[in-house]
Structures are given as structure tokens and as C-alpha cells.
Design a protein around this ligand. Structure first.
Ligand SMILES: COc1cc(/C=C/C(=O)SCCNC(=O)CCNC(=O)[C@H](O)C(C)(C)COP(=O)(O)OP(=O)(O)OC[C@H]2O[C@@H](n3cnc4c(N)ncnc43)[C@H](O)[C@@H]2OP(=O)(O)O)ccc1O
Length: 455
């Protein structure tokens, strides 16, 4: 299935899926608050670090479970609701509400109100959800609860959960969680802790480490890097006009292990031996270089157009000392590479892959402390102007979300958050393939498709 989305974000299913979309109806019950099952600290503010401030957006994901005989007659709604109350004892800030602190930063008011939980029933089978490898916000959005009328994130709880029962006996868990509470690794540690609680575990394998003050800014702040992630690069190619004049088309490109091998080999052609230092490009470096270059070509950027690549690096083991196991908050930092379209397209993929490697290497303890201090001093947020933001979920432990009904049969995002974002998702047998998911104006997508077909 191909999914098209118009500029306003409303998606339209095409290629014969209208009928499926039509019979996809979900009836929600009354939302309820699920509070921690035991007393937790209340009445204080919970500190969020500067790395949490950068990315305060709601991430919506869906996990689908086939009917499982082994789970007996247990009602998924009751099991997930009870386990949520228990796991929130450990993750109690998720039961609070977002607020703005005296320093004008996001913080959590520890109210103990609880997470918003909704039970729902679908008028169809789980199979009608279709293929989660491409975002279909119209359909998948029905599986996730958004607080009606909320005008900003302060009016939305840190998390909502919806459990939708399908006629076939399968169910879907839809989550809307604010990225300021955790990054992908932290989010999966939470979901997997919730799942093991549902399976009856008395203790969590990875209890959350709640204290985020270890990522406090230095006083005074020390900015020791240029931090081009904040640079506003002018759109001299007028891509704005291209995006405005055409529909945005979403496509997902599968790279199986053989194709990934070819990408890694392609990235070696013309590679700088000093940069390689005997270590061939990783899958991430090679694939990111490939798609950065191909998207630049597909958008028809003029040779002098500067283009920025942004991506998150997990800083947990890069901090000195490393962050404690189970660190609850965002332990990621954005790094960047900037090149002109002329440089990218006038060189083989190895040039772009080399820039990706450099951008990863740059992320040291000092770089991350400097990024924390940059926010302290400027309150600036990374700019997406003339930018490609690659987000890699391919190693996130979605398969650990076994609430007693086995691994999710499929899981994925409801949508891509911005037109500048490309998502890498694990796919296929043993999760050894990578799906590259992106949206582009129709003509650019055709050009991108051609470039991918050559691999
Ligand atoms: C709020 O609710 C949410 C949120 C979310 C999601 C949020 C986000 O998206 S946050 C961002 C998520 N992404 C990350 O955290 C990126 C983590 N990855 C890194 O930091 C990487 O190091 C890198 C900077 C991307 C670079 O990767 P790479 O070039 O692959 O280098 P290495 O990681 O060092 O790997 C090199 C090599 O080592 C082997 N290896 C390493 N790790 C693994 C592994 N886990 N499994 C297998 N092998 C591994 C491997 O051989 C690597 O080389 P290859 O060539 O074989 O790849 C979501 C949901 C919500 O509700």
C-alpha cells in the first residue's frame, strides 16, 4: 500500500485500500486515570534536563497482538491497566503533569494524577490494520488516544494508553508519550518493564534511575563546540515551493541483509583510507550517507545549497562517567554534518558516509555537556531548515513488549513527525532488515525511488 498525505497532514490511503480504511472503525470507552498502585512522592517538581527540553513532542506508536490461546480468557484491557498502575509506582513522574518551572523550563508537577487509559473496540479484525511499515495517521490515529481540545503539550498528560480489542480476539496498544520524558531507549525500557509486570514479574529487570540532575548545566555554561545543529540554513533552492505545490508521498524502502551488504560495499568506493582507519563503514554510516545523498539529488537542490544532516547519538556510554543503567530521561544528543549539494553529489557515497562517521566521532562527554550548556545559555532548539533528520529505531527493543500475549506481531509509528524526518526501522526475519521510511513531494519521491532501485 502507498499512503499519500496532504500538506495539512491528513493522510489518504490509495491503491485499493479505500475499502479497508472504510470498515476500520474504532469505538472508544470513557478515558480513565490510572494512578500508581502505591503511594508515590507528590507535591514537588520533578527536574527535566536540558536534553529533555529539546524534543518535547508527542510520539505515537502502535503495538499489535494476535489472539493467543496461551493467554486464556484474560482480558488484555484489565491486565494492561493493572500492570500500568503497578509499573507507575517505579515510573511515577509519568503519573504527573507537565509544567513550566521558575527557570522557564519544562518540568513535571508530581501530582500523582495518573496516566490516561482508554479501552476501545474495533469493528474489524486486526488484519484490517494492514501494514505498519508505512504511516497511515488516519487509520492508526484511531488506535491512539489524544486529549480532545488540548492546545499545547502542557494540556496533555505525559502519556496516554489505548487498548483496542479487535473482533478476531487480537488487540492493539496505542501509546502517545512525550519525548521530554524519555528517548527511544528509555521509552522501550518503560514499555518492557510494564510488559514484564503484566507477565507477573515481582521486580523490574531494569528499574528506572530517576535523578536527571546529573545532566544539569555547568555554572557558568561553557560552549566549546559550534553546535551547527542550531544553524538556520537558507533554502536557496526554494524547496518550500516544491513542497507547497505537490502532495507529500510516503514510501518505505526495505534493505534486506544482502542489500545492506551492497550499501556498505558501495560506501567503500573512493573512501578516505585515513578516515576508515581499517574499519569499514557501519550499516548506519553507509545507509545514512546513501539516503542523505539520494534525498539531496531527488529534491533537486542547487549545487551551492548547504544541507544539514542531523541524527541522535545515544550518549549513555559516552558520558564520563557513563549514565547509570536504566537512566529514565533523554540520554541522546543531536549531532550534525553539513555539506553543499554540489559536494555530496559530486562525490561517491563514501564522502557522505565519512561525514556521518565524523559526526558520530565528535560526540564526546565535552560535546554533550556543551550541548546542555548551549540550551542553558540560549534556550535555542535545533533548526530543521534545509535539514534531513535521520531517526534510527532499528535497534529499539519493540520485541520486548510481551504483555503475556507474545511479542507484538507488528509495531511502529503512527506517523512521521516532520517532512524532514527519515526513520530507520527494524524489519523482517530476526529484525535483520531495515525499512527506510520517508515522505517526499511526488516528483522527488519518483527520483528517490529510481536511485534506490539501483542498489
Ligand atoms: C517518547 O516515546 C517514544 C520514543 C521513541 C523514539 C525516540 C527516538 O527516536 S530517540 C533516538 C533513537 N536513536 C538512538 O538512540 C540512536 C542510538 N544509536 C547510536 O547512538 C549509534 O551508536 C549511532 C550513533 C546511530 C551510530 O550507530 P553505528 O554506526 O551503528 O555504530 P555503533 O552503534 O557503534 O555500532 C557499530 C557496530 O556494532 C555492532 N552493534 C552495535 N550495537 C548493536 C546492537 N544493538 N545489535 C547488534 N549489533 C550491534 C554492529 O556490528 C554495528 O555495526 P553494523 O555495521 O553491523 O551495524 C520510540 C517510541 C516511543 O514511545
Amino acid at each position: 500500500m502507498v499512503v499519500e498525505a496532504r500538506e495539512n497532514g491528513a493522510a489518504v490511503a490509495v491503491a485499493g485500500d479505500e475499502a479497508a480504511a472504510g470498515k476500520f472503525t474504532v469505538k472508544r470507552g470513557e478515558p480513565e486515570l490510572v494512578a500508581p498502585a502505591e503511594a508515590t512522592p507528590t507535591g514537588e517538581k520533578y527536574y527535566l534536563s536540558n536534553l529533555d527540553q529539546n524534543i518535547a513532542v508527542i510520539v505515537q506508536t502502535v503495538y499489535c497482538y494476535k489472539p493467543a490461546a496461551a493467554a486464556g480468557e484474560d482480558d488484555a484491557v484489565a491486565v494492561l491497566r493493572d500492570a500500568l498502575a503497578k509499573v507507575l509506582v517505579h515510573y511515577h513522574p509519568l503519573a504527573g503533569r507537565l509544567t513550566i518551572s521558575a527557570e522557564m523550563k519544562l518540568a513535571v508537577e508530581l501530582t500523582g494524577d495518573g496516566a490516561v487509559f482508554v479501552a476501545a473496540d474495533a469493528g474489524c479484525d486486526l488484519a484490517d490494520v494492514g501494514d505498519l511499515t508505512k504511516p497511515d495517521p488516519t487509520k492508526l490515529g484511531q488506535l491512539v488516544y489524544s486529549v480532545p481540545g488540548a492546545k499545547n503539550i502542557l494540556e496533555m498528560p505525559p502519556m496516554t494508553a489505548q487498548v483496542t480489542r479487535f473482533k478476531c480476539g487480537g488487540f492493539a496498544l496505542g501509546l502517545a508519550m512525550n519525548h521530554c520524558m524519555f528517548d527511544g531507549i528509555g521509552a522501550m525500557e518503560f514499555v518492557n518493564s510494564w510488559a514484564e509486570t503484566a507477565r507477573g514479574a515481582a521486580e523490574l529487570t531494569v528499574p528506572p534511575f530517576l535523578d536527571r540532575t546529573l545532566l544539569s548545566a555547568r555554572s557558568p555554561p561553557v560552549i566549546s563546540f559550534d553546535h551547527h545543529e542550531f544553524a538556520e540554513i537558507p533554502d536557496i533552492s526554494d524547496t518550500a515551493a516544491l513542497y507547497a505545490s505537490q502532495d507529500l508521498l510516503y514510501r518505505s524502502f526495505t534493505f534486506d541483509p544482502d542489500r545492506l551488504d551492497r550499501v556498505r560495499s558501495l560506501a567503500l568506493v573512493g573512501a578516505d583510507e585515513d578516515l576508515l582507519a581499517g574499519k569499514r563503514f557501519t550499516t548506519f554510516e553507509a545507509l545514512s550517507g546513501l539516503v542523505w545523498r539520494a534525498r539531496t539529488a531527488a529534491l533537486g537542490l542547487t549545487p551551492d545549497q548547504r544541507t544539514k544532516l542531523l541524527f541522535a547519538v545515544d550518549g549513555r556510554q559516552r558520558f564520563e562517567p557513563p549514565l547509570p543503567k536504566g537512566y529514565f530521561g533523554n540520554g541522546i544528543v543531536l549531532t550534525n554534518a553539513i555539506a553543499t549539494a554540489g559536494e555530496l553529489l559530486g562525490s561517491p557515497v563514501s564522502f557522505a558516509a565519512g561525514m556521518v562517521r565524523e559526526a558520530v566521532r565528535m560526540v564526546s562527554d565535552e560535546y554533550m555537556r556543551s550541548a546542555v550548556d548551549y540550551f542553558e545559555a540560549t534556550r535555542a532548539r535545533p533548526s530543521l531548515a534545509s535539514t534531513l533528520l535521520i531517526t534510527t529505531w532499528s535497534r529499539l527493543a519493540f520485541q520486548g513488549a510481551d504483555f503475556g500475549w507474545g511479542e507484538p506481531a507488528m509495531s511502529g509509528p503512527v506517523t512521521l513527525p516532520e517532512k524532514e524526518v527519515i526513520l530507520f526501522l527494524a524489519h523482517g526475519e530476526e529484525r535483520k532488515s531495515i525499512n527506510v521510511l520517508l515522505g517526499l513531494p511526488a516528483t522527488a519521491m519518483e527520483a528517490f525511488q529510481k536511485l534506490m532501485d539501483e542498489i
